[in-house]
Design a protein around this ligand. Structure first.
Ligand code: WT7
Length: 645
């Protein structure tokens, strides 16, 4: 007992302030995870009922449970409890697409009212605990209200990024049979206006489970409103009562579903639950960004991705932070927009993707010099490996060599950041995500599936024990959850990434080892893109690989076999049509940069496409194609090389 008190006096568990504290806490988190997480959970959150056990897990089943028996509502933790001390503090700064339009500061008091009202609107529409709500919205405050309103009443939100096509939206709505969609009339993206409601209308032709649609007004473009189904959000919010009792949830009740691409077939609806997700996102937000009261924090991601869920909405709000939501794009009205916003709002922590950094690094340095960036303290990156050049550009020109860069590695499935420097504590090293956060035990696996013990090694990245925010399942397909994450290396969570560990134990993520390609930070599975291309009447078969691209990180290279009937078609038109089909099925993010028509694809005798060869050709690495002796049709390789783009 005495010991514990002493430990607490000298060491903060929740907020790490020195490298020594990090090491002490890390060791404790691994040897006594239940004590470690139990203390954090008890001291920093509001529970309606305590847990009976901190963690129970079995990676073979797989089944993972954190804080069993506990009850809570995450919105009480993200909103209500702050009203006592910081009701008039800004919770969300909304920075519109158009810099001429004023930014909006939403206080915690206002956030409470909006979330309660929208929660009541959802209830009036018949939404109950456990129902699925699809949210398809631009980055406007109503998006954050909608997410939190669902959590308030225990409905499961499924946010679909508003850049996805109507087909992709319909697939996601149907997979978890949502009963309602929350959307807007349109969205602004730079100079473009997108007609979101029309995309929803098209999707809903194939979605029998949808009973109603709530439409926020943003762009005021004319939209079709289906009588009995569609309702404008504003008048309903106006009328709604401004208080809504939070639904008290079990810690393991689902909080949300978020879809991510798989290497095969349809997207996977990753299922996250309330208690562990709250604890882990809050804890990692506090430490990875070293957020202090009064700071202004900005993550440029879209709430449609996990980064936005965990580090625009839940993590920051659970800490009573001020979090900025940006509606626009980095290039509008000019390439200095990010830096203008940093200066305008005095941003202290800035979190973005390597693809954005590379795009901005191509532009004149005048854009960065025009603005006072001295408020910045911490810079973050996420989504893909950051190359050395981009890292230095960010460090020199944005951080003025004075702001630690946190290269944060994690996934939709992990819910929160797993490997990252803690700024001011962990010495950074370009391109390295560095050390695991407390609670995370990374393991590198060799070719034979055995853990590699030593440093200076490379292998497949697994995690040996659960952390509170690991996804609990794939919606409607627990077997796929098991197959994808827990079968390649029994007893371990397999990330799908390769990594190397340097001589001091720092990790560097080298990239995906499966058929997922990260394009501009977006996780794209090859199979759904190939399925889309194959829908074209002239296409017989296709295969997609990634190739290096200096802004996007990777771009897509498609090899397409035409049917005989397609052989005399104009290839330029065909290319356009193929990209059009991809845009319709998935969205413009999945368009191909290069399309090579070919009479065949290199296949093994068992009929499997040898993507390794296609990848080498697309990378223009022709010296060593590896073993082609198992190919059924070795001649095709020469043909592909001669005609490569
Ligand atoms: C994949 C997960 C987690 C938020 C955004 C992406 C890659 C992510 C890094 C990083 C190298 C990274 C991995 C991972 N990735 N962060 N700092 N360094 N690679 O979420 O769409 O689920 O993609 O993104 O390959 O597996 P996601």
């Amino acid at each position: 007992m005495c010991k514990r008190v002493q430990f607490k006096q000298h060491m903060s568990t929740y907020h790490l302030k020195s490298l020594e504290e990090y090491f002490v806490n890390y060791r404790k988190s691994i040897s006594k995870p239940e004590v470690f997480w139990g203390e954090i959970a008890e001291e920093h959150f509001l529970w309606r009922k305590p847990w009976t056990s901190v963690c129970e897990w079995d990676f073979d089943k797989p089944e993972i449970k954190w804080f069993q028996g506990a009850q809570l509502n995450i919105t009480e933790n993200c909103i209500d409890r702050h009203l006592l001390t910081r009701g008039e503090q800004t919770a969300i700064i909304f920075e519109p697409n158009d810099p001429q339009e004023s930014a909006v500061h939403i206080t915690y008091n206002q956030l409470h009212e909006k979330v309660c009202k929208l929660a009541n609107v959802l209830k009036d529409q018949g939404v109950k605990k456990g129902d699925r709500v699809c949210i398809y919205m631009p980055m406007i405050p109503e998006l954050a209200y909608a997410v939190l309103a669902c959590a308030r009443i225990g409905a499961i939100h499924s946010v679909v990024f508003a850049g996805f096509s109507s087909t992709a939206l319909a697939t996601r709505i149907n997979d978890c049979s949502c009963s309602i969609v929350v959307t807007s009339d349109g969205s602004y993206r730079g100079q473009k206006t997108l007609d979101l409601k029309a995309i929803v209308d098209e999707a809903l032709q194939q979605c029998p489970s949808i009973k109603s649609v709530l439409v926020a007004k943003r762009t005021e473009n004319p939209v079709h409103m289906e009588t009995g189904r569609d309702h404008w959000l504003a008048p309903l919010m106006e009328k709604a009562v401004s208080d809504c009792k939070p639904e008290i949830m079990d810690a393991e009740d689902p909080l949300f579903i978020l879809y991510t691409s798989g290497s095969t077939g349809k997207p996977k609806g990753m299922l996250h639950s309330c208690g562990g997700y709250m604890v882990y996102t809050a804890y990692t937000f506090k430490n990875v960004f070293q957020y202090k009261n009064g700071d202004v924090y900005w993550c440029t991601a879209d709430i449609g991705w996990i980064t936005g869920h965990s580090y625009i909405v839940y993590g920051p709000l659970a800490n009573g932070a001020t979090t900025l939501m940006f509606e626009g794009v980095p290039s509008y009205p000019d390439y200095d927009r990010f830096w203008e916003v940093v200066a305008k709002h005095g941003v202290n922590q800035f979190y973005t993707a390597p693809t954005a950094i590379r795009a901005l690094a191509k532009e004149s340095l005048e854009h960065t010099k025009k603005h006072d960036l001295s408020s910045l303290k911490v810079l973050g990156t996420v989504g893909e490996p950051i190359n050395e050049e981009a890292w230095h550009w960010y460090n020199d020109n944005i951080g003025d060599k004075n702001c630690p860069i946190v290269d944060t590695w994690w996934q939709t499935e992990t819910g929160g950041i797993l490997i990252s420097p803690i700024p001011f504590l962990t010495p950074t090293k370009p391109t390295y995500a560095t050390l695991p956060l407390p609670g995370i035990r990374p393991v590198l696996m060799d070719e034979t599936g055995s853990p590699i013990e030593n440093n200076s090694a490379q292998g497949r990245l697994c995690i040996a024990q659960p952390w509170p925010s690991i996804a609990r399942s794939i919606w409607g397909d627990h077997q796929r959850y098991k197959d994808t994450y827990f079968s390649a290396f029994p007893g371990y969570y397999f990330t799908g990434d390769g990594a190397l560990r340097d001589e001091v134990g720092y990790y560097r993520i080298t990239g995906r080892v499966d058929d997922v390609i990260i394009v501009s930070g977006h996780n794209l599975g090859t199979a759904p893109i190939e399925d889309a291309i194959n829908e074209h009447p002239a296409v017989a078969e296709s295969a997609i690989v990634g190739f290096p691209h200096d802004v996007k990180g990777n771009a897509l290279y498609g090899y397409v076999i035409l049917k005989e009937t397609g052989a005399d078609r104009n290839t330029e038109n065909l290319k356009k049509e193929i990209n059009q089909i991809i845009t319709e099925h998935i969205g413009p993010i999945a368009k191909l940069d290069k399309i090579q028509f070919t009479p065949g694809l290199p296949k093994t005798r068992s009929g499997k496409i040898m993507r390794r060869i296609l990848r080498k050709i697309a990378h223009n690495e022709l010296d060593n194609l590896g073993d082609t002796s198992t190919l059924l049709n070795p001649d095709i390789v020469e043909h592909l090389i001669e005609n490569r783009l």
